[in-house]
Design a protein around this ligand. Structure first.
Ligand SMILES: [Zn+2]
Length: 314
């Protein structure tokens, strides 16, 4: 098996596809690719970076990149853009690698898409219109907050630090639950320059009369479909360190991260009847108990019912 030569067929106009590609293509910036570069250029760059990282992950000993799966990872179909094998590409079955903790395309399909769907469903449940929101009276506004500093020791091995991150998400859930009609919380961790970088994010529908939060909180108003895509893309932005960071640290993170639920939806964002984790997902019991001291100002909070899908297999 060898690499499929993907060619851009189209750039879907729908808001969900917009959110899916905005969440990952930004990682392409650098090396002459800017945020203004065409979608085709950015998508090709993400593909190049991913294929390079797959080699490094394999060489660093990551289980899923060994043997026959190596090529499936490299050929994982892009998301948010329609790309097909160009003429002359090797004929082979293409399938998602399902390693959404690290693969940018699967992250896009799982984290960004699920967040988009949950946000749309929440607006609908609350009876909020989002096509022409500015002409109607609304009760809730869509906000996204990011907290880059969750005061987790960046040098410590990921295991205990992930416990801390889960604790931080729990506190955020508690805080957000006091006033938000619904929200999503995402804990993000990726290799940094010297260790691992932790952050947490929230996307929430909060009462319109609630004052704006800190500078790290952005309001997307009116919640048109385009604003919705932008909000979800900010919330679900792919962590660049997984693609550009040290592969050995990425592998140690992936080994530790498997059972943690880092994506959660609560209130109007939670899917009725889906309060239990997917059956194939291992849930660390520690995720339900709790929690060391929380760091700084927790981003406005949250609760959780879902998590980050299929953990990367080791
Ligand atoms: Zn993938």
């Amino acid at each position: 098996m060898s690499d499929v030569n993907y060619a851009l067929v189209s750039v879907p106009k729908g808001a969900s596809a917009m959110a899916e590609r905005m969440a990952v293509l930004r990682v392409a910036t650098g090396r002459g690719v800017t945020v203004d570069s065409s979608t085709a250029v950015a998508a090709a760059e993400v593909l190049r970076l991913w294929r390079r990282q797959v080699v490094q992950l394999r060489d660093a000993g990551w289980g899923p990149a060994q043997g026959v799966r190596f090529q499936y990872l490299r050929n994982c179909p892009p998301s948010g853009v329609e790309m097909k094998p160009a003429a002359g590409s090797p004929r082979m079955r293409l399938r998602s690698c399902t390693c959404q903790s690290v693969c940018p395309w699967c992250w896009s399909r799982e984290v960004a898409r699920r967040s988009f769907d949950a946000t749309v469903a929440a607006l609908e449940r609350l009876g909020e219109t989002f096509e022409r929101g500015e002409t109607l009276e609304r009760r809730f506004k869509l906000v996204v907050s990011t907290s880059a500093d969750v005061r987790i020791d960046s040098k410590r091995e990921p295991g205990a630090s992930l416990d801390q991150l889960v604790g931080s998400l729990g506190r955020a859930k508690h805080e957000l639950g006091k006033f938000a009609a619904g929200f999503g919380l995402l804990g993000v961790v990726s290799p940094g320059k010297t260790g691992w970088v932790y952050s947490q994010r929230a996307i929430a529908l909060v009462p319109c009369d609630r004052p704006p939060g800190s500078a790290a909180t952005k309001t997307y108003d009116p919640p048109t479909r385009r604003n919705l895509a932008k909000a979800v893309a900010r919330f679900a932005r792919y962590p660049a360190g997984m693609l550009r960071g040290d592969a050995d640290r990425a592998v140690r993170l992936l080994a530790a991260r498997g059972s943690y639920r880092l994506l959660r939806f609560s209130g109007a964002f939670a899917t009725p009847g889906r309060s239990a984790p997917d059956p194939d997902i291992r849930v660390d019991p520690r995720a339900h108990t709790a929690t060391p001291d929380l760091p700084t100002a927790a981003p406005r909070g949250f609760d959780g019912d879902h998590e980050l899908p299929a953990p990367a297999r080791q």
